[in-house]
Design a protein around this ligand. Structure first.
Ligand code: ADP
Ligand code: ADP
Length: 224
């Protein structure tokens, strides 16, 4: 059974704009999948539907067998999402920001896991800083840590290296490789072919709301 199964997914926004049309996609456990497409192609819409933030017009998404619409809580608990926007509570500490989502998903506190995640992302020294004291790069680290706090089975990275410095980019690649070793599935969106090339096992190309190509990376690179 695939960890993520997307069937006949379409989204027409209230404006009448068709952002996604008839998307079918299965993602295997432990796979690293890159969704490649230009701005406006529908990448964020797709991620937001999978994560239950946007309601689809047609179709279904199941995460490890849980339908995101009907069984939101169980499905969402499997998912870690690192969004593009750096929105957090300015007055909250790093540690609180990161550990908060465990409670949201009804999980017991796990200080050891939180410490590990903070250390992995070079945030341990900053754990008592407030979010407003952090640089953009540090905020992004916090959002990655937050997405990992509840030990998700699927991690979504929405444009993970847009405006990111070299050090964080390398830390991110290292992290993704380690997650893969732990059996975590990683799905990232990008409009850089290099990023898809560097990271992914398989690449899906999305254009005007349609997935026009899905290929093993090696196969895709041969064709380009
Ligand atoms: P990408 O992430 O690939 O840049 P998006 O999913 O953000 O693409 O956008 C796909 C299309 O849907 C774009 O034309 C965008 O303007 C439109 N769109 C995105 N969000 C909304 C919304 N909330 N309401 C109306 N149109 C939207
Ligand atoms: P993330 O960890 O992805 O940054 P949050 O921890 O802010 O996200 O919230 C996770 C998801 O849970 C969000 O999509 C949010 O809409 C949803 N959510 C917020 N409050 C609740 C709640 N009380 N019960 C279930 N889900 C919630």
């Amino acid at each position: 059974q695939p960890i993520l199964s997307i069937k006949n997914l379409s989204k027409t926004y209230a404006s009448g704009l068709s952002a996604l049309a008839e998307v079918d996609l299965d993602i295997a456990r432990g796979e690293i999948f890159a969704l490649l497409g230009p701005n406006g192609a529908g990448k964020s819409t797709l991620i937001n539907i999978i994560c239950g933030i946007v309601t689809p017009s047609t179709g279904t998404v199941t995460v490890d067998g849980h339908d995101i619409q009907r069984d939101y809580r169980a499905a969402r608990a499997m998912i870690g999402l690192v969004p593009q926007e750096l929105t957090t509570d300015a007055f909250e500490t790093v540690r609180k920001t990161v550990s908060f989502s465990r409670g949201l998903f009804g999980l017991p506190k796990n200080p050891d896991h939180i410490e590990r995640v903070l250390r992995d992302l070079s945030l341990w020294e900053k754990r008592d800083s407030r979010m407003m004291q952090l640089s953009g790069g540090m905020k992004r680290r916090v959002l990655i840590a937050k997405a990992l706090a509840h030990e998700p089975r699927v991690l979504f990275l929405d444009e993970p290296t847009a405006g990111v410095d070299v050090e964080l980019r390398q830390d991110m690649w290292r992290l993704v490789r380690r997650l893969r070793e732990q059996g975590v599935t990683v799905i990232l969106t990008t409009h850089y072919i290099e990023e898809a090339e560097e990271m992914a096992d398989r690449v899906g190309v999305i254009r005007r709301g349609r997935i026009i190509l899905v290929e093993e990376k090696a196969e895709l690179m041969r064709k380009l």
